[in-house]
Design a protein around this ligand. Sequence first.
Ligand code: SAH
Ligand code: SF4
Length: 365
Amino acid sequence: MARTNLAGLDLDGLEAFFAEIGEKSFRARQLAQWIHQYRVVDFAEMTNLSKVLRQKLVETAEITLPEVLEEHISKDGTRKWIIRLSCGNSIETVYIPEKGRGTLCVSSQVGCTLACTFCSTGQQGFNRNLDASEIIGQLWLANEYLGKDPKGKRLVTNVVMMGMGEPLANYNNVVTAMKLMRDDLAYGISWRRVTLSTSGMVPLIDKLREDCHVSLAISLHAANDKLRSEIIPLNDKYPIAELLAACKRYVDVQQRRHITVEYVMLEGINDSVQDAKDLIRILKDLPTKINLIPFNPFPRTSYKCSSKKVIARFQQQLSDAGLVATVRKTRGDDIVAACGQLAGEVQDRTRRTQRIAQAEALQAQ
Ligand code: SAH
Ligand code: SF4
C-alpha cells in the first residue's frame, strides 16, 4: 500500500486520514503544527504522539517535501530558489522583501498549457501539475531558508500565486495548499494576503468564490478581444466581457475588495493612447487596482518593453480617468526572477517546443 504524504493534506484531509487509521481527529491538528510550524518531518521527533502511534505513522504515512537545488540572491534582496521535483523537473519560487512585508511568489505547475505569447513559462510547454505538497512545500522551504527574523516577525507575510503555471488549471491542489496557508495551525496568512492570479478561467473563478476567498488578480493585458486572443489564446474560450462579469461576481460576494488587473506593457502592441481609453471604458464599473507590469524579456522573444515615457503616459491617462494604476517595480531581474521569466526545467510533454522549432526551421528554408 502506498504511504500517504501528510505534507499535502489540509486539516480536513489530515482528519480524514486519522479517521481511516482509527485515530482521533485532534491528531490532525498536532500533525499540521509539527509539519508546517515546527518543520519537523521525522515522526520519531514528534514527542506528543505515543510510540505506538509514531510506529503506525511510519508504516502508513510519510512527510515528503521538495528539495532546493539552487538558491540565488539578488542585489536587491530578492531570492530565487530552484526546486527539484521527484520527477526530475524543476520549478522556481521567488521571495521579494519589501518594507514591512515579504511576498512569496509560488508556482503551481511545471510549465503551462496556456501558451501566452509573452510568457517564458508559457512558451516552454507543459509537463504536469504540482501536487499540494509541492505547492505548500515552497512556503515550507522559504521559511526554512529565510530562517528566523531577529524580532520574531513572520518573514513571509504575503503569498502570490504568480509563479510558473496557471493556478486555476490545477484547482484542487492549489485550493488545498491555500487552505494550509490560511490555517492558523499551519501558516496563518489571511485570505486577503494570498492573491491568486489567473489568465481568466471563468468557471473556476466562480468556483473559487465559493471555496476560498483569496484576493484575485486577472491577467488582462489587452482591452479588446482581437488583441487579447492573439496574446492569450484562452481568450477565445473566455472573452473579456465574460471575464469581467466573473470578476464583478467575485467582488460582489467579497465586499470592500478590489480586483487586481495585471497589464503587461508591450511596446507597440497594447500601449497606445487608444488602448488606455479602451481599458478605462471596460473597467469603469469594477473596483480595480491596475498593475502595469514592464515586460520582462527572455530568450527568443520578439517583444519589447514599452519605454518608461510611454508607461508613464499610460499610467497618467488611467489616473486622470480616476482609476488606481501603479507600475510594478521589477525585482530580482539580475537573477532572472522577474515576472514571466521563471523557467525552471520543463520536460515538455506537449511537444510545443518541438513544434515551434520545426516551424522555425521550415520558415528558415
Ligand atoms: N498563470 C497566471 C499566473 C502566473 S503569471 C496568470 O497568467 O495570471 C504572473 C503574471 O506575470 C501574469 O500577469 C502574467 O501575465 C505576467 N507575465 C508573464 N510573462 C511576463 C513577462 N515576460 N513580463 C512581465 N510579466 C509577465
Ligand atoms: Fe500560463 Fe500565466 Fe504564462 Fe499565460 S501568463 S502562459 S497563463 S503562466
